[in-house]
Design a protein around this ligand. Structure first.
Ligand SMILES: CC(C)(COP(=O)(O)OP(=O)(O)OC[C@H]1O[C@@H](n2cnc3c(N)ncnc32)[C@H](O)[C@@H]1OP(=O)(O)O)[C@@H](O)C(=O)NCCC(=O)NCCS
Length: 204
C-alpha cells in the first residue's frame, strides 16, 4: 500500500484535476485503449490491446495497490479525459518513468496534457523527493513531444529506428527532467512573476 499513500486523493491545477482512479473508470479505459489512433501513438504493437488485456492493465496499473496513477479530469465539468502515471519507481536512485494518455480526442491540444504532466512532475520533485523523471515517446508524436518540452523535459537519447509505423522507421526518444532543472525553472518563473531580475542563487 506504500505507493498509493504517496499519492493524495487529488491534485488541483488551473485546467485539470488529477484524481485517483475509481473502479467505474474501467469503461472509459476500455474505450480509450481500443481506439486505433491512441494505439498508434502509444504502442509498439500494431493495433490496440484486447479488452481482457485492458482490464488487466486497468486493475494492475490504475486501481491496484501498487498503482501510481491518476485520472485526468477537466476542471469545472469534472469530465474524465485520460490517465497519467508513474511506473518503475526506483527509490534507491530517486527516479520514475512517466506515462500519459488522454483518451478523448476532442480534449487534445487544449493544454490539459501539459498541465497534467506538470502537476505530476511537481508532485514527483516537490512531494515525493525524486531526482529524475523520465519517459519514452515516438518521434512522430509531435504533440506529445511539445507538451513534454513545455514542462521541461529534454531529449537525452534515442533508440534509432526502433518502431515501424505508417510505412516508415521512427526513432523512440528518451526524455527526462531532473530535480535541479525543475527547481531552477520554478525559481526563474517566480522571479519573472515577481518582477525581480533573473539570476542569483537558486534556493536549495
Ligand atoms: C500527448 C498528450 C498527453 C498531450 O496532451 P495535450 O493536452 O494534447 O497537449 P497540450 O495541448 O498540453 O500541448 C500540446 C503542444 O503541442 C502542440 N501541438 C498540438 N497539436 C500538435 C500537432 N498535431 N503537431 C505538433 N504539435 C502539436 C501544441 O501547440 C502544444 O504546444 P505549445 O503549448 O507549445 O503550443 C495527449 O495529446 C495524448 O494523450 N495523446 C494521445 C496519447 C499519447 O500520445 N500519449 C503520449 C505517449 S508518449
Amino acid at each position: 500500500m506504500l505507493h498509493r499513500r504517496w499519492f493524495p486523493e487529488r491534485i488541483d491545477g488551473d485546467l485539470v484535476i488529477l484524481r485517483r482512479h475509481a473502479r467505474e473508470n474501467l469503461a472509459d479505459f476500455l474505450r480509450w485503449y481500443q481506439d486505433p489512433e491512441v494505439a498508434r501513438l502509444t504502442r509498439y504493437q500494431d493495433g490496440p490491446m484486447r479488452p481482457e488485456e485492458i482490464e488487466r492493465f486497468f486493475l494492475m496499473r490504475a486501481v491496484g495497490p501498487e498503482a501510481m496513477a491518476m485520472g485526468i479530469h477537466i476542471k469545472g465539468s469534472d469530465r474524465l479525459i485520460g490517465s497519467c502515471a508513474f511506473s518503475q519507481l526506483d527509490g534507491d536512485n530517486g527516479s520514475a518513468l512517466f506515462h500519459i494518455t488522454i483518451g478523448e480526442h476532442d480534449a487534445w491540444g487544449k493544454g490539459y496534457g501539459s498541465e497534467a504532466t506538470r502537476l505530476m512532475v511537481d508532485h514527483a520533485f516537490g512531494s515525493l523527493g525524486l531526482h529524475r523523471v523520465a519517459l519514452a515517446v515516438f518521434a512522430f508524436n509531435e504533440r506529445a513531444i511539445h507538451a513534454y518540452e513545455r514542462v521541461g523535459f529534454v531529449t537525452e537519447g534515442r533508440s534509432r529506428e526502433a518502431i515501424w509505423r505508417d510505412g516508415a522507421w521512427w526513432d523512440e526518444l528518451h526524455m527526462s527532467v531532473l530535480e535541479p532543472e525543475w527547481r531552477s525553472a520554478r525559481w526563474q518563473a517566480k522571479a519573472a512573476a515577481d518582477g525581480r531580475p533573473l539570476g542569483g542563487a537558486v534556493p536549495g
